[in-house]
Design a protein. Structure first.
Length: 407
């Protein structure tokens, strides 16, 4: 027996829409699995669909008229149409094609209670899953924790911070190497952590220290680039950080010291999943045909890992007591408009991530590689994006060899 599914949502909020669609999709897949039904495809209405205009529903009817399909499965038959007459017409069309309509939830069922119960069960299960994962992940070096405490303390001094950083010579030398790169404009001029603090500020040094620590914790000495390319991952992260600083300055007239850290860490959840849930994450990664489509990426992570990389990064950031501004960006950078008004940092990193994809993958400029909602909100056109891209390239050129930045 074979079947096709049909899902739609008219929620205006992007997150609410994706959540509703995901609930419908999961129910249809589970129903087919339990009943040994071959699910050929799921027709999903696009964002611009309306109650009176459902292009994918018409595509579905055309599909079953040409190809024998035993069942058309929906979450609830009201998803087909609100109007009774239209609904009857659709059912007649299905009958002509010898297809049976199967709603998973009956009209008599209390859908709200069902969804609330499922959400609670899912949430509890995921919370336990995350907790178990986090417990085996190394803690941040004590030096980093103390530095983060000092940054929040208005009474702290540069001498105190420099002394603490010097307790870890490896980290201290790595931070000095980054500070002395051409990117910061002080090539081979800064000889001490105290000097670096005086010139670049507490938050910037904290960000570099944090990034250097995480690089040291999560980059294996011998990695198989065919499975997960760590050099490429950190290169993408660094370009996102650089892009974020350009966007912050050009679009928002901000010199935000935390943007660089946010860009460097925005995909932290990916390397956590790769190292601590490797087999499932590789299934998710290989199942994703378009790595630049966040919807597809997150759907496959949810499907195979039971959690997405933004979620696991957020929980780890909270576990590490990172600033809430950073943890929020880790969670929301793929869907920055989930809040109203949106978080500025998440908007910046969302845009920076798209620029980094273009540069890292050496792709030709294409406006479709950007999140359309972000572009509309920021009122950016092709000319604006190309101007930003040129500025980002100029900043990247200052570093030279990106792969050596952390090493």
């Amino acid at each position: 027996m074979n079947a096709v599914g049909y899902i739609c949502s008219f929620e205006e909020n992007s997150y609410a829409r994706e959540t509703e669609l995901e609930i419908q999709r999961v129910h249809i897949i589970e129903y087919c699995s339990k009943n040994n039904i071959k699910l050929e495809k799921i027709f999903e209405e696009p964002k611009d669909a309306r109650h009176d205009f459902k292009p994918e529903l018409l595509s579905l009817l055309k599909y079953i008229s040409k190809k024998q399909t035993d069942e058309v499965i929906v979450f609830k038959d009201e998803k087909l149409a609100d109007n009774r007459i239209v609904k009857e017409w659709i059912k007649n069309e299905l009958k002509k094609a010898n297809s049976k309509l199967t709603p998973i939830i009956n009209d008599s069922d209390n859908v709200i209670d069902i969804l609330v119960e499922e959400h609670q069960n899912s949430k509890a299960s995921k919370a336990n899953y995350i907790k178990n994962k986090i417990e085996v992940i190394p803690s941040l070096p004590e030096v980093v924790n103390k530095v983060m405490e000092l940054v929040q303390d208005p009474k702290s001094s540069a001498n105190q911070m420099a002394q603490i950083i010097s307790y870890d010579p490896g980290l201290a030398s790595r931070v000095l190497k980054m500070v002395n790169s051409a990117y910061y404009g002080f090539e081979k001029q800064i000889s001490s952590i105290q000097h670096a603090l005086a010139i670049l500020g507490y938050s910037t040094i904290r960000g570099l220290l944090l990034s250097a620590s995480i690089y040291r914790i999560f980059t294996p000495k011998n990695s198989d680039e065919k499975v997960f390319d760590y050099n490429k991952f950190w290169r993408h992260s660094l370009i996102t950080a650089i892009s974020g600083q350009v966007i912050s300055k050009k679009l928002f007239n901000l010199k935000d010291e935390e943007i660089f850290s946010m860009g460097l860490l925005h995909d932290l959840g990916k390397i956590i999943l790769e190292q601590y849930d490797h087999d499932n994450y590789m299934k998710a990664y290989n199942a994703t045909q378009n790595q630049f489509d966040p919807k597809e990426v997150l759907e496959n992570e949810e499907k195979f890992c039971a959690i997405t990389h933004p979620e696991v990064a957020y929980v780890l950031a909270e576990h590490w007591n990172l600033p809430s501004s950073i943890s929020q960006v880790l969670l929301k950078h793929h869907y920055p408009l989930i809040d109203s008004p949106p978080d500025t940092h998440s908007l910046i990193i969302n845009l920076a991530n798209s620029f980094s994809n273009i540069i890292t993958e050496e792709k030709d400029f294409d406006v479709h590689l950007f999140d359309v909602e972000t572009l509309l909100y920021l009122k950016l056109d092709d000319e604006d994006l190309l101007e930003l891209l040129e500025e980002i390239h100029l900043e990247i050129d200052k570093i030279g060899n990106l792969d050596s930045f952390f090493k």
